[in-house]
Design a protein around this ligand. Structure first.
Ligand SMILES: C[S@@+](CC[C@H](N)C(=O)[O-])C[C@H]1O[C@@H](n2cnc3c(N)ncnc32)[C@H](O)[C@@H]1O
Length: 455
């Protein structure tokens, strides 16, 4: 336990920077103190709530000198929900802070000095609100009514949400209609106390450019009234073209989808168009949550790669293979590697629909698929892994292949910087472009170009 400070102490703190979860960080001597909703340059009166060996946590008691960038949050449940972390900061300034988070992560984890000029300005969103094209939200029955909500950060407290201002408005409208129909027809949400009820969560995805909607009911128990609800729903909400029922009775299991998936209405996929190419999205398959920003992300990947017509590329952690779609014309052949079977199915359907013949989809774990490509001369590798990053074993394998260029799309600056630590022994970092994929959250997405060092 730290000797300098204890729980319930009140101190005045000058906030120096923003942390990876959107909190303000100030220092008492050398001890970092993390304060939610505090902003860089502010003087804050803080009450200490937690103390550890190398850090402490505090909460704002009083803002003595507010930042000129402080703004009124636009969501009524901003603080209790916790889904967004930076609504109290001017949007343009959030972009500056995201670049800074990348720089600080490189300083901390990359094991060498990285020239800050290589890290470009964050590409902001033209429409930073109403951007999420998919909502996955729990529902609960309270006394007479069903309610939609979200569990507060690190808590089982259920925060009721009526309208989410970072979610596509069509999703908000569809969710409201579903809740009304659940009340009317007695298709109840799970009651957390009695464990009675049917619906655990609702997943709604919309395609921005076709305005098609797909609804998945994640069910604790089957309800024989669900088919009538769906009939009424699609009558009221004409954009819905695909409805699934997913049976997921194991309350302890995280996630939404199981193998027990049944199409109740319409088609298996919804259609999205990006860059004049059509994607067919199954409900379980990963697709970037912010469609216009995803377009910028893929264009940056294509630009940074500068592929040549004779080159062979790998699109690793491919999802439904949007990167392959964007780059296929520039390359001789692309291998898209993806673990999830629904995503691979969507990828194959989409490639066929777009008459693309020089992309092979390999449904496999990345390392296993790459080991199987030892005979091929891979020139360029594209990576877009989940938040855990690539990790040492994958990097060791990549270094056996030594592709000429690596394009690394990342949604986590810490794991990106840790992966750079090993990669930068053999590669030059040429450019990093942060892209604001999740406005008003602390999440930092980026694309980097690494070029093989020549001896
Ligand atoms: C961040 S998403 C990126 C998807 C895609 N590049 C896009 O932009 O839509 C990461 C993907 O990696 C896949 N994945 C996770 N672990 C994997 C592994 N070990 N091998 C291959 N793919 C994996 C996930 O199923 C997911 O589709």
């Amino acid at each position: 336990m730290n000797q300098e400070i204890k729980v319930d102490d009140q101190i005045v703190l000058n906030i120096k920077r923003m942390g990876i979860n959107g909190e303000g960080i100030g220092y008492l001597n050398k001890l970092a103190i993390f304060v939610d909703y505090a902003l860089p340059d502010e003087d804050i009166e803080v009450v200490i709530t937690e103390v550890y060996e190398n850090r402490a946590v505090g909460k704002i008691k009083n803002i003595l000198k507010p930042s000129s960038m402080r703004r009124e949050p636009f969501c009524p449940v901003y603080e209790s929900c916790g889904g967004c972390q930076t609504q109290h900061l001017d949007y343009e300034e959030t972009l500056v802070q995201k670049r800074d988070i990348l720089i600080k992560s490189f300083e901390r984890y990359a094991g060498r000095k990285i020239d800050e000029d290589l890290i470009k300005k964050t590409m902001g969103a033209d429409q930073p609100r109403y951007y999420r094209n998919k909502a996955s939200l729990p529902v609960q029955k309270f006394k007479m009514n069903n309610k939609l909500g979200m569990y507060a950060r690190n808590s089982s407290h259920f925060v009721i949400i009526e309208d989410c201002p970072v979610q596509n408005q069509l999703i908000n409208q569809i969710l409201k209609t579903i809740i009304q129909l659940m009340d009317e027809l007695g298709v109840d949400a799970l009651n957390a106390k009695t464990r009675r009820g049917y619906v655990r969560s609702l997943v709604v995805r919309v395609s921005e450019n076709h305005k098609e909607a797909q609804v998945s009911f994640i069910m604790m128990n089957k309800s024989n009234r669900l088919p009538s609800l769906v009939e009424r729903l699609v009558e009221k909400e004409k954009n819905i073209v695909s409805v699934f029922e997913v049976l997921n009775p194991d309350i302890k299991k995280p996630g939404y989808f199981t193998d027990d998936v049944k199409l109740l209405y319409g088609k298996e996929t919804i259609t999205e168009t990006l860059n004049n190419q059509t994607y067919l999205l199954k409900p379980e398959a990963f697709f970037q949550l912010n469609t216009p920003q995803a377009h910028k992300f893929y264009l940056e990947m294509k630009r940074l790669a500068s592929l040549k017509p004779h080159e062979i590329a790998i699109d690793a952690y491919a999802g439904i293979a949007p990167i392959s779609h964007y780059i296929h014309k520039d390359a001789k052949h692309v291998y898209a590697i993806e673990l999830d079977s629904a995503a691979c199915e969507s990828a194959k359907l989409s490639l066929k629909q777009n008459h693309i013949t020089n992309v092979t989809v390999l449904q496999s774990d990345f390392k296993r698929a790459l080991s199987g490509l030892k005979e091929k001369k891979i020139d360029v590798m594209f990576f877009d892994p989940p938040r855990v990053g690539l990790g040492k074993e994958s990097i060791d394998l990549i270094l056996e292949f030594k592709p000429k260029r690596i394009i690394y799309g990342s949604c986590n600056p810490s794991t990106l910087a840790k992966d750079f630590k090993d990669l930068l022994n053999s590669y030059h970092l040429v450019e990093v472009v942060p892209i604001d994929m999740f406005p008003y959250t602390s999440l930092v997405e980026s694309v980097s170009l690494l070029v093989l060092k020549t001896s």
